[in-house]
Every structure is written in C-alpha cells, then in structure tokens.
Write a new protein. Structure first.
Length: 98
C-alpha cells in the first residue's frame, strides 16, 4: 500500500508538472516568489523520494553547507527541479547507485 501511495504521489507530481509547463507555454502560469531556505527545498525533495533510494545497493546522501542564505524563488518549482534531478539520477545511474 505504501508503494502504491508513493507511486501515486509521483504520478501526481508528473501530471502537475505537465500542466504547469502547459500553462507556462500559454503564458498563464504565475510564479509565487518568496524568500526560502535552500535547505528547505532540498529537504522537501529528499522527503518525496526518500524510500526510492533505500533499495539494496542504493544510497542517497545530502551534504549541505550550514546556514545558507535565503534565496528568492518559487518553492514548488524549485522542488520540482530537484525532484527531476533526483529521479534522473535514480533512473540513469548504473547498478551501484550512490
């Protein structure tokens, strides 16, 4: 059940991404810029993909500098970017995923 719930969340993110890009192409998407911690962005992405990287032979580590300054960004969009990078790392890394 947990695996199905995680896959459902992943597919929902993909659909949301598709709809967001579609709105952007039609100039109908407005970004919500705000000050946010880079660590918060990374932690949200890690939480979303955490279980996927716990398979045998796979390891995910985050090494962040403490006290990074706030950035101005659309938090949801930035989390989506990091999730895309993590998903690609998972899919396209060889047998030993580190």
């Amino acid at each position: 059940m947990r695996l199905i719930a995680k896959e459902n969340a992943r597919l929902s993110r993909l659909i949301d991404n598709f709809l967001t890009f579609s709105r952007m192409e039609r100039n109908k998407h407005a970004f919500q810029f705000a000050a946010i911690s880079p660590a918060a962005i990374i932690n949200q992405a890690l939480e979303a993909v955490g279980e996927r990287f716990q398979e045998p032979g796979c390891r995910l580590e985050a090494d962040m500098v403490a006290d990074l300054p706030l950035i101005t960004a659309d938090a949801d969009s930035l989390v989506t970017v990091v999730l895309n990078l993590l998903d690609n790392a998972y899919k396209y890394t060889g047998d030993e995923s580190t």
